[in-house]
Design a protein around this ligand. Structure first.
Ligand SMILES: [Zn+2]
Length: 95
């Protein structure tokens, strides 16, 4: 039985890998599925989704942001993503 810290390290690596795959695949469906899996892993171990990944998908419908399914703007020190899938905005503070 591995300890919690080890489990978290493994989970983090799996999440990294899933986002790598999501970036690589040409399939939107598959990319969304990877996001879902990564979220499940993070939730299970109470991990916070790393910031660099948070801006990769819509926080409302978990649509992975690929080339043409979103728009991004900067305003008041925030990145504002508009998701074409659910037509909602995701705001991410720049820091
Ligand atoms: Zn969305």
């Amino acid at each position: 039985m591995k300890n919690k810290e080890e489990q978290k390290e493994i989970a983090k690596k799996r999440i990294e890998k899933l986002f790598e795959e999501a970036e690589k695949t040409k399939s939107q469906k598959l990319a969304n599925r990877y996001v879902e899996l990564a979220r499940k892993i993070a939730m299970k171990l109470n991990l916070r989704m790393p910031k660099k990944f948070k801006r990769k998908f819509c926080k409302h419908c978990y649509n992975y942001f690929k080339s043409k399914n979103y728009r991004v703007r900067t305003r008041d020190g925030k990145l504002i993503y508009y998701c074409f899938e659910c037509k909602k905005y995701t705001r991410i503070p720049l820091s």
